[in-house]
Ligand binder design. Structure first.
Ligand SMILES: [Zn+2]
Length: 211
């Protein structure tokens, strides 16, 4: 296998020949996900809104903490990035489906959001693996526009917390629906742009090593 040792100094480029599985950041991701799952299940068992939001809070705080620890310890790994993305989907799905089952007025906005977050955004977010990038946080090295729409600080806040805040603060299914639809459109536009850019393909024979 060819060991690609590129000498660029972009912080977001991935130069390691192997990836680390056991990192502090991954441990935090595992713990915050377990905490979120347990709290959400308890919330369902006890019909408790407080526990449901406690689970969401554990997810939010833990999600900020794992990324921060990875950056501070200079241990941003691709495996950690993927693990984080998968755990996010689980926690977000648990929260929104439980919330929807208790607030039927929000079923349509949440349905739009679920398709967007579990399929469109999931595909977009995992697409960083097609490039030698550490994580989607460095996608600006590929395309500034897609990065700005999806993984810049304001875009991330819009992604993960805007809908729940609008639902809780306004209580309006119309407002929530408009927001969910707007994010959906943004994701479709991002996918369209990704298609125009073209994603690198891994081609050739998987079994026979070709040099
Ligand atoms: Zn580079």
């Amino acid at each position: 296998m060819k060991n690609q040792t590129s000498t660029c100094d972009h912080h977001g480029c991935w130069h390691e020949p192997t990836d680390k599985w056991l990192t502090w950041a991954n441990l935090i991701t595992a713990v915050r996900t377990a905490g979120c799952v347990v709290l959400t299940m308890l919330a369902i068992a006890q019909n408790s809104t407080t526990l449901l939001f406690a689970g969401l809070l554990v997810y939010w705080v833990g999600d900020m903490a794992d990324g921060m620890v990875a950056r501070l310890l200079h241990r941003e790994t691709r495996i950690g990035g993927i693990f984080d993305i998968l755990c996010d989907r689980l926690c977000v799905a648990l929260f929104y489906l439980t919330y929807a089952s208790w607030h039927h007025a929000m079923l349509i906005p949440i349905a739009i959001f679920m398709v967007q977050f579990m399929v469109l955004d999931n595909f977009l977010t995992l697409s960083f693996q097609r490039w030698p990038l550490k994580s989607p946080n460095y996608f600006y090295l590929v395309d500034k526009m897609i990065y700005k729409w999806n993984w810049s600080k304001p875009a991330k806040a819009l992604n993960s917390s805007a809908l729940v805040l609008v639902m809780v603060i306004t209580g309006s299914p119309i407002a929530a629906g408009i927001l969910a639809a707007a994010i959906f459109v943004l994701k479709v536009m991002s996918l369209r742009r990704l298609q125009q850019i073209g994603m690198p393909e891994a081609t050739g024979c998987t079994v026979g090593a070709t040099d």
